[in-house]
Design a protein around this ligand. Sequence first.
Ligand code: DC
Length: 229
Amino acid sequence: MKKITIAIDGFSSCGKSTMAKDLAKRIGYVYVDSGAMYRAVTLYAIEHECFKDEKFDSEKLRSMMGDIHISFKFNPETGRPDTYLNSIKVEDRIRTMEVSEKVSIVAALDFVRSEMVTQQQAFGKEKGVVMDGRDIGTTVFPDAELKIFLTASPEIRAQRRFDELKAKGQEASFDEILENVKERDYLDQHREVSPLVKAEDAITLDNSHLTIDEQNEWLMQQFKLKIKN
Ligand code: DC
């Protein structure tokens, strides 16, 4: 059966990675979390002191870009790929608050984006890939056969994050989370290089009132329609 490229873009905390990962598993495709790559570069920048005394030295990071190698390895326990930075597993360390707070700055740099886009295109060279992010259907794979633009209201996304933190026993303020969701939306949409925009040929799904099973079923239908043609 012919393999296609699937691009899933959208706002933060919409459930893109859940959707992309579940589909990839079901259809035997490779799943690539492009946000994890920007997070890994950010971790490298933190560990190599590009952030110092409230200042960010982007030239230092630029000079080190050739030393940053990101890869993924499937973890059968979690059913999803773990992120590796220069052959060391960093899956947990890229999800900390410190990385989350700084990643928007790093992801806005043109030299970081061009390097990540080149690596992402190499991952998708053979097709049979599901990649999620912000610019996959517009910049990374403008010719992807199936493009999804995922959205949900800021309040619903904030509630989901609030519930997740509560379930982990962490303190959380709904109002603060909502503020953060709105701020990240603004940054993603107003960045100069590759801002978050819906590709013209992307199909929009607002999953505000869908369960995970319902959205997975919807995506599976879209996939079946594409491979039939
Ligand atoms: O999806 P996420 O929260 O893990 O993404 C981390 C950051 O990387 C977020 O600030 C948006 C940015 N990003 C991006 O600019 N382009 C992508 N293709 C994926 C993520």
